[in-house]
Structures are given as structure tokens and as C-alpha cells.
Design a protein around this ligand. Structure first.
Ligand SMILES: Nc1ccn([C@@H]2O[C@H](COP(=O)(O)OP(=O)(O)OP(=O)(O)O)[C@@H](O)[C@H]2O)c(=O)n1
Ligand SMILES: C[C@](O)(CO)[C@H](O)COP(=O)(O)O
Length: 377
């Protein structure tokens, strides 16, 4: 049985405003679309189709590098779904889930419930029973009441047997509120599985704050700190945060003595309770003699990802009188961001003197402190 998910992400998010379509706007440290895609990254789902608006050129380029199948958006939601279904043609799909990118808080339990219900029904979708009284209204006045019994608020993912929903869409060329409407018009029965109040659709500007609260309540946030010192010795440059800085002395160490990168690497290991660089790259091992510290940082970042975390941000402070760090700080920030595969805005590199006090003040060496923040949704 091969299961696929289609994430429709070609809308413009006009009701949410904000200048950028809502799926590309930041939410709790990532973009809305990243949260949504992460929810469908499960072994139960063999293929994920991301339906993109042809105008979103950066997204096309970015996601071309991933295992996602990309499909172009249609003029309306139903058109986008049809293009997503077509992209799965010939792959032997039996069950398909169709989900709004604008519902980033969907739980894996909801996804599982829809998939399980498809074992006994051709369609299934989460619905929330309406609990509030219902009115009709006009011009700010209540004009009547409606019976709420048997009414549900429709959510996604809406799941279907693949061949049945392809045929249903082909027979329903016009607009539709959702895929359940399309399926029912074709005579398919659709089971209601319990909806989740947290599975909101970000529709208006104020929905971002609620979605952020929901996502943050389940987040695992870890902090780590790192501290390192290297003494000066003979040389004509130092390597700091991956950048070669001319100086009348060099830093001594078993590796390239990049004290800033070592502090950052130790902060990452610390956040994972994984010891420090020495545990992973023992100084007694000759293969690390003169090694580029990039190797250590990459190892720590890979470990972070393997544990399911992402690096939210890094703050690194170098302590020395000389060399002056300011002219190189941006290059250091960019280099660390490149190595870590992060946006440069998530990395801070700054410096301070120790007012000529202590070993850094006497110019005997450089110290570095770093803090890392990791998050797991
Ligand atoms: N032509 C379209 C229109 C909508 N969608 C997607 O369908 C879902 C419907 O949610 P909605 O809140 O209506 O999204 P938008 O159409 O982006 O919002 P708006 O109506 O405010 O512009 C969203 O995931 C949206 O990206 C789509 O893929 N293709
Ligand atoms: C499919 C849907 O999410 C079900 O609630 C919804 O109908 C799509 O969004 P819209 O706001 O109705 O366009």
C-alpha cells in the first residue's frame, strides 16, 4: 500500500496580509510551510507533493533540492489539488491525504486517524463538532438562530482512496470548498474522524499568534554553553570562526586553534548533553593534528539534526585586545552560517576586551564564549 500526501501551497494568503504569502512567513522559528511539511515526514507516507504557485520562484528553486515532488498551482484550491493528484499518476498510490499548507499545527495523531479510517471508508477527514450556538446576522444584528446539531467545522488532511478522488475531481470541474465536497458529489462516503481545535487554518493576521502559541507549547528547547581558550605563540595570523585574520602571533593548539568555533561547537554538544570536542575528537588522536575546526562544527550540527533538533541561534563572544574583531565579524558570521547550513541572521559573532586585565588583557591568548539554542518541535 503506497500512501502520499499533497500539500496545497499555491494560495496568496490575501486575508492574512503581510506582503508575503502566509506559507512563507516565519512562525515559531521556521516558516509556516516548514512546520507543515515536517508533520508529513513520517515513514507511513511514501511521497509528498508540494503544490507551488508559479510566482514563488525562490520556493521552486529551494524545494527542487529535496525529495518532494513539486507541482504547479491552479487558479483555485481545487485546481491545485488536481495538479497535485496528476503529479502522483503512475506511482501506484492507493491512499492520498490532501492538506492545506496553512494548517501547520496538525498533529501526527490526526494524520494517523485519517489514514486508519481509509482502511474502511473511501474517504475520511477530521471534523470538529460545532459547540457554540449559531446565529445568522446582518448589519451587526442577529437575524436568527440555526440548529448546531450535526454541524462540523471541516479540517484537513482530507484522505481518500487515490483512484476514487482522481475520478471525483475529473467529474467536478467547478470550484469546491474542499475535497470532501468533491468526493461526496461523486457519491463517495466520507468518515468523520475527531478534529483537533489546535489544527487551525492560518487565515487572518491574528491566527499567527495562536499558531505560534500552539507550536511552542510542545517544543523541546535546549540551551548549551561553550568556553575555550588558546594561547598565543609564533605565527602571522589566527583563524577565528573560520576566518583567517592577520596578526603578529598565531594561536597554539592541537587543531587549527579556532577558539571561537570550538566554543560554538562545545555549546552545541552541551545542549545535547554530549560532552565536548575532546570527547568526539580526542587530542591524543594524531589524525586531528592541525585539523580544520570546520570538521568539529559540522559533526556537532549533524548530531543536532540526527537528534531531531534544529539550531535556532548561536551567540559567540571573542575576548581579546588584539586582533580587532569588528572588521571581520560579518565574514565570521557568514562563514559559520555556511558551515552550519543556517541563515546568517541566526549567528551572532561579537567581541570584547577584558580592559587589559587577566590573560586576555595581557595578550597571552584569546578566550571565547558561546551559547547555542536548539529546538525540537
Ligand atoms: N489557487 C490556490 C488557492 C489556495 N491554495 C491553497 O489552499 C489552501 C486554502 O487555504 P486558504 O486559507 O484559502 O489559503 P489562501 O488561498 O492562500 O488564502 P486567501 O484566500 O486569504 O488568499 C492553502 O493552503 C492555499 O495555499 C492553493 O494551493 N491554490
Ligand atoms: C479545505 C478547508 O481547509 C476546510 O476547512 C478550507 O475550506 C479551505 O480554506 P478556505 O478558507 O475555505 O478557502
Amino acid at each position: 500500500m503506497t500512501t502520499a500526501a499533497i500539500i496545497v501551497a499555491a494560495g496568496r494568503g490575501t486575508r492574512a496580509g503581510g506582503g508575503v504569502p502566509k506559507q512563507w512567513r516565519p512562525l515559531a522559528g521556521r516558516r509556516v510551510a516548514d512546520w507543515t511539511l515536517e508533520r508529513f515526514a513520517t515513514p507511513q507516507i511514501g511521497y509528498v507533493v508540494l503544490v507551488l504557485n508559479p510566482e514563488d520562484r525562490d520556493a521552486w528553486k529551494e524545494f527542487a533540492q529535496t525529495p518532494l515532488i513539486l507541482a504547479p498551482g491552479g487558479d483555485d484550491r481545487a485546481g491545485s489539488v488536481q495538479n497535485g493528484l496528476a503529479a502522483l499518476d503512475g506511482l501506484g498510490i492507493t491512499k492520498v491525504l490532501i492538506h492545506d499548507v496553512a494548517r501547520p499545527c496538525v498533529s501526527k495523531d490526526t494524520i494517523r486517524a485519517v489514514l486508519d479510517a481509509l482502511d474502511s471508508h473511501p474517504g475520511a477527514a477530521p471534523g470538529l463538532a460545532v459547540t457554540d450556538a449559531l446565529w445568522t446576522g446582518a448589519e451587526g444584528l442577529v437575524t436568527g438562530t440555526r440548529d448546531r446539531d450535526g454541524l462540523f467545522a471541516a479540517q484537513t488532511p482530507q484522505g481518500f482512496r487515490y483512484d476514487a478522488i482522481v475520478a471525483a475531481h475529473a467529474a467536478h470541474p467547478g470550484a469546491a470548498a474542499d475535497d470532501v465536497e468533491v468526493a461526496r458529489a461523486a457519491g463517495l462516503t466520507v468518515a468523520i474522524v475527531p478534529g483537533d481545535p489546535d489544527n487551525l487554518k492560518i487565515t487572518r493576521a491574528e491566527d499567527f499568534a495562536r499558531a505560534e502559541r500552539i507550536l511552542r507549547q510542545d517544543m523541546d528547547v535546549r540551551l548549551g554553553n561553550g568556553y575555550d581558550v588558546h594561547r598565543f605563540g609564533p605565527g602571522d595570523h589566527v583563524i577565528l570562526c573560520g576566518i583567517k585574520v592577520p596578526h603578529d602571533r598565531g594561536l597554539q593548539g592541537h587543531s587549527d586553534a579556532d577558539v571561537g568555533m570550538h566554543a560554538v561547537t562545545d555549546a552545541l554538544y552541551g545542549a545535547l548533553a554530549e560532552g565536548d570536542i575532546g570527547r568526539h575528537f580526542p587530542p591524543s588522536d594524531p589524525q586531528w593534528k592541525g585539523a580544520a575546526s570546520e570538521i568539529f562544527l559540522r559533526h556537532a550540527v549533524d548530531l543536532v539534526r540526527a537528534r531531531g533538533f534544529t539550531v535556532s541561534n548561536i551567540d559567540c563572544t571573542l575576548v581579546c585586545e588584539y586582533p580587532k574583531i569588528g572588521p571581520h565579524a560579518i565574514a565570521m558570521q557568514k562563514e559559520m552560517a555556511r558551515i552550519m547550513g543556517l541563515e546568517a541572521t541566526r549567528i551572532s559573532v561579537k567581541a570584547t576586551t577584558s580592559e587589559r586585565l587577566g590573560f586576555t588583557g595581557r595578550g597571552e591568548g584569546i578566550a571565547a564564549l558561546a551559547t547555542a539554542c536548539l529546538v525540537k518541535p
